[in-house]
Unconditional design. Structure first.
Length: 277
């Protein structure tokens, strides 16, 4: 089985490290990827995906991952119950349950892995226009206390949040277009893609131009590139776009897409999130 992962001990790899087991695995939260009251949702999703990627029965590459965040995850250790639900000729269906404090479920994930085979291919969606990563100004994060944002290099092309400039009554667009890469460059793989699919600032932050209590409830990522494709891209950052359609009765949606610098669509994502405003 070919590894999907980088071998260097990057801060991201330390944060998503899991201890191998047959069914019961374990991990530990990271102070480097902390949000408001718990870990950054993207790092939790990547950790759960890693447990499948490193499983001895895993075949193929991730095709889809859905993570439901059931309760706040406390700082410290956690257990992962990893199960292969069904294996077919081309696909595998997995579940991962993250528990803490004597078995209390904090997150639950389902994943589909696939052995991709050569076939007819067509890419009708064009990559959005944007200046190159190196020519785009870095977003300043000095005023943000969440440690996870400091692990990423954000470079906005469109829709930069106006914290401290606009007021909540000056509603602005939920759309944003930006480059995202690890602050310490790391080659893209399936784990970094799923984490980056949650690395957009909450859409309500953009619309209201302020930080409000917020938490992802359910996150789905679809992968449009396998390990071989990502190795061929040899990229460390993505061009990302995100938007929202509705904020209603404490919940809002988000859709997003991650593109390689060469113009390949690598992943698309959807989520529903809670907010208090």
């Amino acid at each position: 089985m070919t590894s999907l992962l980088e071998t260097t001990e990057h801060v991201f790899d330390k944060a998503t490290r899991v201890s191998a087991g047959d069914s019961q695995w374990s991990g530990h939260t990271s102070e480097d990827y902390w949000a408001f009251i718990g870990p950054f949702g993207g790092i939790t999703a990547a950790t759960m995906l890693r447990a499948i990627v490193e499983h001895s029965q895993r075949e193929g590459d991730p095709l889809a991952l859905t993570v439901n965040y059931c309760a706040p995850i406390a700082a410290g250790s956690f257990d992962l119950d990893v199960r292969l639900i069904k294996a077919n000729r081309s696909t595998q269906h997995w579940s991962v349950e993250l528990t803490q404090q004597g078995g209390e479920t904090a997150a639950f994930a389902t994943a589909v892995f696939a052995v991709r085979r050569l076939s007819w291919s067509h890419r009708p969606a064009p990559r959005p226009e944007a200046p190159p990563f190196a020519e785009t100004k870095r977003y300043p994060k000095s005023g943000l206390k969440m440690t996870w944002v400091h692990q990423y290099d954000f470079r906005f092309v469109e829709g930069q949040p106006l914290f401290g400039v606009a007021t909540p009554s000056d509603l602005t667009s939920p759309f944003s277009k930006l480059w995202i890469g690890d602050t310490t460059p790391r080659r893209l793989d399936a784990l970094s893609l799923v984490s980056m699919s949650d690395a957009f600032f909450a859409r309500i932050f953009h619309v209201r131009n302020e930080l409000v209590p917020f938490g992802t409830v359910s996150l789905t990522t679809y992968f449009h590139a396998d390990a071989e494709d990502l190795i061929a891209e040899d990229a460390t950052h993505v061009l990302a776009v995100a938007d929202a359609s509705v904020f209603h009765k404490s919940y809002g949606d988000q859709t997003g897409a991650l593109w390689s610098p060469s113009g390949k669509l690598l992943a698309t994502t959807q989520q529903i999130a809670y907010f208090k405003a």
